[in-house]
Ligand binder design. Structure first.
Ligand code: PRP
Ligand code: 7HP
Length: 181
């Protein structure tokens, strides 16, 4: 079972639910009167997006973009690949990018540049987790669920080698799982 590979639970289902609700309240206030488009960066953000959008009370659109830079390891390859683009134009729209984790910043600095070139009215970034100690690109999120230390975390959408996304909480993997990577 997946549970056997988890060393410690960092954020329980209850803690995630409460924090996602707080983030949504902040977004409801900040974007009041607007109709933002929420862009989920797949695949890691799919669960966070589903919970966040249901707590947002504004009229909004959703769209999806798939990018990948980690391959099957625990460090970024540095090369961001777009594997699925948006379905609609964002020109003139208020955009909220929804991510699961901001780590080195490679993925999001690449993505934000690309989205900015499409001339949205505004872009904001919401990440569930932030690992500032690993940042190599100067990028900050407007909304952060939790800061995490330099530990590889899984669950609630986040994977290691495509596994563990379906854990309902966020936890730290036992080192034996990725040793010898
Ligand atoms: C993960 C995560 C972020 C990115 C963050 O994606 O979802 O997009 O890494 O890391 P960075 O700040 O160091 O770039 P990954 O490439 O693992 O793809 P996934 O979303 O399909 O799991
Ligand atoms: C990407 C990623 N994916 C899962 N867990 C982490 O801790 C990660 N950092 N960057």
């Amino acid at each position: 079972m997946l549970e056997q590979d988890i060393e410690r639970v960092l954020f329980t289902e209850e803690a995630l639910r409460a924090r996602v609700g707080e983030l949504a309240q902040q977004i409801n206030r900040d974007l009041a009167g607007k109709e933002p488009v929420l862009i989920s960066v797949l695949r890691g953000s799919f669960i966070f997006m589903a919970d966040l959008v249901r707590a947002i009370e504004l009229p909004c659109r959703v769209d999806f973009m798939a990018v990948s830079s980690y391959g099957s390891g625990t460090t970024s390859s540095g090369q961001v690949k777009i594997t699925k683009d948006l379905s609609e134009s964002i020109e003139g729209r208020d955009v909220l990018v929804v991510e699961d984790i901001l780590d080195s910043g490679n993925t999001l600095s690449y993505l934000l540049k690309l989205l900015q070139a499409r001339r949205p009215a505004s872009i904001r970034l919401c990440t569930l987790l932030d690992k500032p100690s690993r940042r190599t690109k100067p990028i900050q999120a407007d909304y952060v669920g939790f800061q995490v230390e330099d530990l590889f975390v899984v669950g609630y959408g986040l994977d290691y080698a495509e596994r563990y996304r379906n854990l309902p909480y966020i936890g730290i993997l036992k080192p034996r799982v990725y040793e010898g990577e």
